[in-house]
Design a protein around this ligand. Structure first.
Ligand SMILES: [Fe+2]
Ligand SMILES: [Fe+2]
Length: 299
């Protein structure tokens, strides 16, 4: 059995999150200044979170070309966001069927579905405005997410949601604080960071209630799902089609990103933020740790 962290009961957590949602929820249709054109000569996301930042390819690009790369990378992240959020909405809606219809726990799940629906609407509209992407991911990763959607259990859904939200959160916080990038990007990052903080608490506390009671074999399976999940996210972040649209050699750029020390360090820092919680949940096991390592991460 894993060490069980004491967390509030479901109804207490959900009640607090519902109250916070009433105070700080955003309608991107109104909050974002959609009519304002993109600023000239301005990065779409911070340079230091570009997958090629600091590589010989990056160093050889003009400022305009680097800006264009961040435009395509933002489009990729938004497209990925729509994909995974739509997946989460499906999983959350399915698992909500089992919740007590009178419970705050159900009402918060429905609120989260509403949040994600607005986020994906915002990402979709930004994609149109960017006029870049969307990009297709490789068949293996698409099949893996199809399986996740079809076969996910409630703990697996929350594990997957929390883990992707943590990575998005870490990167978007960097963007939210960078005053030199496109104002529209910053506004979108800020809305997403604020609302996702609640989703992460909902998932995290639920996992602390559920996982310690799971049989060891199921915990091991979840640990492996997280370990393979990091590889999927990392590959999607450097999908070759994105580099092709940015005017780069797609294979060469994807390879350079895979071994880019700056990019790997940034991802490892994201992992370091959430891996202690996964460890506490018993979701870092000797077997899963080997899978993390094989993909270039330490946990
Ligand atoms: Fe979201
Ligand atoms: Fe979320």
């Amino acid at each position: 059995m894993t060490r069980a962290r004491t967390v509030p009961d479901r109804e207490t957590t959900a009640g607090k999150l519902l109250a916070a949602s009433r105070k700080h929820s955003f309608d991107p249709e109104i909050e974002l200044d959609w009519a304002v054109p993109w600023e000239p000569d301005t990065f779409f996301a911070p340079e230091q979170i570009s997958s090629l930042y600091g590589t010989p390819i990056w160093n050889g690009l003009s400022r305009d070309h680097r800006i264009e790369l961040t435009r395509c990378e933002l489009a990729n992240n938004l497209g990925f966001g729509v994909w995974v959020e739509t997946l989460f909405v499906q999983m959350l809606a399915r698992h909500s069927l089992g919740f007590d219809p009178r419970s705050a726990h159900l009402r918060y799940a429905l609120t989260e579905i509403g949040d994600e629906t607005r986020h994906s609407g915002m990402f979709s509209r930004l994609l149109v405005k960017l006029d870049r992407g969307p990009y297709t991911y490789n068949l293996v990763d698409r099949t893996a997410t199809d399986l996740l959607r079809a076969l996910s259990t409630e703990p697996l859904a929350f594990v997957a949601v929390l883990f992707v939200e943590e990575i998005f959160d870490a990167l978007q916080r960097i963007g939210m604080r960078d005053e030199t990038i496109q104002p529209l990007s910053r506004q979108a990052f800020r809305i997403h960071v604020v609302e996702e903080a609640r989703h992460m608490r909902y998932a995290r506390e639920e996992l602390f209630r559920v996982i310690p009671r799971l049989p060891r074999v199921r915990r091991e399976a979840l640990a492996l799902a997280v370990a393979f999940g990091i590889g999927l996210v990392e590959r999607c972040w450097r999908t070759p089609a994105m580099y092709a649209e940015a005017g780069l050699d797609p294979r060469e750029a994807a390879r350079a990103a895979a071994t880019n020390p700056a990019w790997r360090t940034l991802l490892q820092e994201c992992v370091d933020r959430f891996s202690p919680v996964y460890d506490e949940l018993g979701l870092i096991t000797p077997v899963s740790r080997a899978v993390w390592r094989a993909q270039g991460f330490t946990v």
